[in-house]
Design a protein around this ligand. Structure first.
Ligand code: NAD
Length: 339
């Protein structure tokens, strides 16, 4: 399986470490480098087999290359996975993250990390006790903090632009279904509500749904629910060969990474008249946050301008009406990487 995964991947390098004491596989996928470095988040998760964790690291690292290019950041794309037997807490978590920080440090800047699923700014603080190659530590520790609020703002602007293009109107009265009320989705839902949208929400965590105070859709019924915008903000891969035929929306635009189970589904969405906001464009607010504030010396107003710019970038991609916007997005990435 490792051979099949690695020969089918167009990235540069993978670093692997197995920690016996924690029964944890650490995979760092460096898809591309720019000035000898790459960046992207660390995902901590329980996988049924370690190769599933490696597959995630490889696929997500390729998306990071695209995000870095879209954001015009001179860094390549990387992604790491900590495939744990169960999510560690307390002292064990600290010790595991220290060991992981030493692993990152051993790569001498080839890869810098940031938070991703199941890793937080506090975890970045812990990793930062062992290596300097960490973005988004807490503000108290000199970092820029969580990416989620700015990711949500970027997705909000992306939805606004997508609705403008597909429906020729602003958000007032537009029905948006937000799937996943985590760090990004909960903020997004409230921003959309404040802008006058009719927001429906769904989460497998009933407490999060109740806390939102917004009308709920059963998690199993999300795909077939009629709405103007379906905003996937939970897991990736929700659009499959089956679900693409069941969608009853005009726009797919959300925060999740790798929303399409396979790339060809972008064309099928286009054939069905559903506008798809390429995920690595609309959800790149987190990259703008980390790199803008920590690498480029931006202040918050400059960052806010860049987040609004994600909407403009999408409108430019949508100008090529005859095909899925994914093709224009790929062309944009290729142009920027060639510079
Ligand atoms: P999170 O872990 O805080 O929230 C995810 C939410 O989805 C949780 O509330 C969870 O209960 C819910 N969920 C899980 N399975 C579900 C299902 N089947 N149906 C409905 N809800 C379900 O994650 P987040 O930071 O809010 O990120 C959301 C998505 O956006 C993830 O896919 C993440 O990779 C992506 N993303 C996040 C950022 C960021 O800055 N946080 C940046 C880019 C992309």
């Amino acid at each position: 399986t490792f051979e099949r995964l690695l020969t089918g991947w167009d990235g540069q390098q993978v670093a692997v470490r197995y920690d016996t004491e924690f029964a944890t596989w650490m995979f760092i996928g460096v898809h591309s480098t720019c000035d000898g470095r790459s960046g992207g988040g660390t995902r901590m998760a329980v996988y049924s087999a370690p190769e599933d964790g490696l597959a995630d690291a490889l696929k997500l690292s390729a998306a990071m290359t695209r995000k870095m290019a879209v954001c015009n950041v001179s860094m390549g794309g990387g992604k790491a996975v900590l495939a744990v037997p169960s999510l560690p807490t307390g002292e064990a978590r600290v010790e595991l993250l220290h060991r992981y920080g030493e692993f990152i440090g051993s790569l001498s800047g080839l890869y810098a990390t940031a938070p991703d699923m199941n890793t937080s700014e506090r975890d970045m603080d812990t990793i930062g006790e062992r290596t300097e190659h960490v973005f988004c530590k807490s503000v108290e520790k000199g970092g820029s903090g969580s990416t989620a609020p700015d990711t949500a703002v970027g997705v909000f602007h992306g939805i606004r632009a997508s609705v403008e293009h597909a429906l020729g109107r602003d958000l007032d009265g537009v029905r948006v279904l937000v799937q996943g009320l985590g760090a990004v989705g909960s903020r997004l839902a409230h921003q959309l509500s404040a802008a006058g949208a009719e927001v429906l929400v769904s989460d497998v965590n009933a407490e999060r749904v109740a806390a939102s105070g917004l009308p709920a859709v059963d998690p199993a019924a999300v795909i077939g629910t009629e709405c103007d915008v379906y905003a996937p903000c939970a897991l990736g891969g929700t659009i499959t060969a089956t679900t693409v035929e069941q969608l009853r929306c005009r726009v797919v635009a959300g925060a999740a990474n790798n929303q399409l189970a396979s790339p060809d589904l972008a064309d099928r969405l286009h054939e069905r008249g559903i506008l798809y906001a390429p995920d690595y464009v609309i959800n790149s607010g987190g990259v703008l946050h980390g790199t803008g504030l920590e690498l480029l010396g931006w202040d918050q107003p400059r960052l806010d301008q860049a987040l609004r710019g994600l909407g403009d970038t999408l409108l430019e991609l949508y100008a090529d009406n005859g095909r899925s916007p994914v093709h224009a997005a790929e062309a944009l990435v290729a142009r920027r990487r060639a510079r």
